[in-house]
Design a protein around this ligand. Structure first.
Ligand code: CMC
Length: 392
């Protein structure tokens, strides 16, 4: 019709039909393929949830064993890909290191370029699920200047990742089952969240028929930003800032309310949830337990709880329906598990990976998919004549 709806931030634009994840933001409900997040958090595992998101159903025992084994067989990287890690500056942020390495997978697996070749899409899916944890561990090793470890395929996905991250080549590494369980839970909670910024990016890039690796690499870059995945690190910086200022939570909250430049209550607010984020609820309930067991309590957790309590009883936050989101408590747990702040967003990416893959596959198979190409409302100059350089 020629009529353009102006919708900055796509607040009111449904870009796709999807059968993967259901969110009711007012009621604080999140379900993957119909299963409530609370049940999956309690009863499932990250690998099973990955299968559920990608293939649509919970696996049978045989399907799960087969899926697990396939992933275990693909964890190794091509030796030439490892050379990438020596090319980056040592203090490089691990997110762009990860997205570059994922992008490079297209060069190592040129059989992946046709998005409609189903057996190869399947292979790319397994390769990503298997190799991204290896890449993520190497991004960490690079940042601390330690040698890279080959994967140990007798271990599960999360255990293997922890060993490659924190272990040393010639030394045995005992995976702490509490740590592995906590990380597995966090990965489940991050595994999908319908049309968020990074998933929409994956779908948009994929809509041009770019392959899975290129699309996921773009998603990782979208997740890097502090308003999206980068918020988990920003929350920890915020909590540490409050602690260093003497723990004055009320003063921080009033700076947020006065909209001081660059001062936001990180880990609060959500485009869709106008209620407590159900993921944050689960994390909060387990944070005490996990932090108590692993770190023996945490001063920053006390500040976080006080901050939450102050905000939830303040009109500014109540009127705007701002509640803690998934990132509010995750950073504290990641820190207790031994990860540096800079690395938190990489953990979000590991968790979100199966969701991105599921959406890309759904998008590519959907006959209604068209290349994403929004319109604009032009606000620039109308037509004018070129002025020669000497007359300007
Ligand atoms: N602290 C203070 N004020 C806030 C916050 C916050 N965290 N979030 C929203 N507001 C205010 C905002 O200033 C606006 O106020 P006003 O009506 O006076 O202009 C009002 O609430 C509505 O906010 P909005 O910016 O229009 O909301 P949005 O849907 O565009 O943004 C958001 C959503 C998540 C980007 C935003 O809430 C935010 O920046 N939060 C902090 C960053 C964060 O925690 N991000 C993680 C999101 S969850 C995980 C993920 O998806 O990655």
């Amino acid at each position: 019709t020629g009529y353009i709806t102006h919708d900055p931030g796509f607040v009111n634009t449904g870009a796709a039909s999807s059968a993967i994840t259901y969110i009711d933001g007012d009621a604080g409900i999140l379900r993957y393929r119909g299963y409530p997040i609370e049940q999956l958090a309690q009863k499932s595992t990250f690998i099973e949830v990955s299968y559920l998101l990608i293939y649509g159903e919970l696996p049978t025992k045989t399907q799960l064993d087969d899926f697990t084994e396939k992933i275990q067989r693909h964890t190794l990287l091509h030796e030439d890909l490892k050379a990438f890690f020596s090319g980056f500056p040592r203090d490089a942020h691990p997110m762009p290191v990860l997205s570059s390495a994922v992008s490079a997978l297209s060069t190592f697996y040129q059989d992946s370029l046709n998005p409609f070749d189903e057996p190869n899409v399947e292979l790319s899916t397994i390769r990503l699920l298997a190799k991204v944890p290896t890449l993520a561990a190497y991004a960490y090793k690079k940042s601390v200047g330690q040698p890279l470890l080959y994967p140990d395929n007798s271990l599960g996905l999360v255990e293997n990742f922890l060993r490659m991250t924190f272990g040393f080549p010639a030394e045995p590494y005992e995976v702490d089952p509490e740590v592995a369980k906590a990380l597995d839970l966090l990965f489940i909670l991050h595994a999908d969240h319908e049309q968020n910024c990074s998933t929409s990016t994956v779908r948009l890039v994929g809509s041009s028929e770019a392959n899975l690796f290129a699309s996921i690499s773009a998603g990782i870059n979208a997740l890097f930003g502090p308003l999206h995945g980068g918020a988990n690190a920003a929350v920890l910086d915020m909590l540490e800032g409050i602690k260093n200022d003497g723990g004055d939570v009320a003063n921080f909250v009033s700076r947020v309310k006065n909209k001081e430049k660059g001062v936001k209550l990180m880990g609060f607010g959500h485009r869709v949830y106008k209620n407590y984020d159900p993921r944050a609820k689960i994390i909060k309930n387990t944070a005490d337990e996990i932090l108590g067991k692993i770190a023996g309590g945490d001063e920053l957790l006390d500040i976080a709880k006080k901050l939450e309590e102050t905000a939830l009883s303040d009109d500014y936050f109540v009127e705007r329906k701002l509640y803690p989101n998934v990132d509010f408590y995750t950073g504290l747990i990641y820190r207790a598990l031994g990860f540096p702040t800079k690395y938190f967003t990489v953990l979000f990416a590991l968790g979100r990976l199966p969701g991105w893959i599921a959406h890309w596959r759904e998008m590519i198979q959907d006959p209604a998919t068209k290349i994403g190409r929004p319109r604009q409302i032009y606000t620039g100059e109308t037509e004018r004549d070129y002025t020669p350089l000497e007359q300007r």
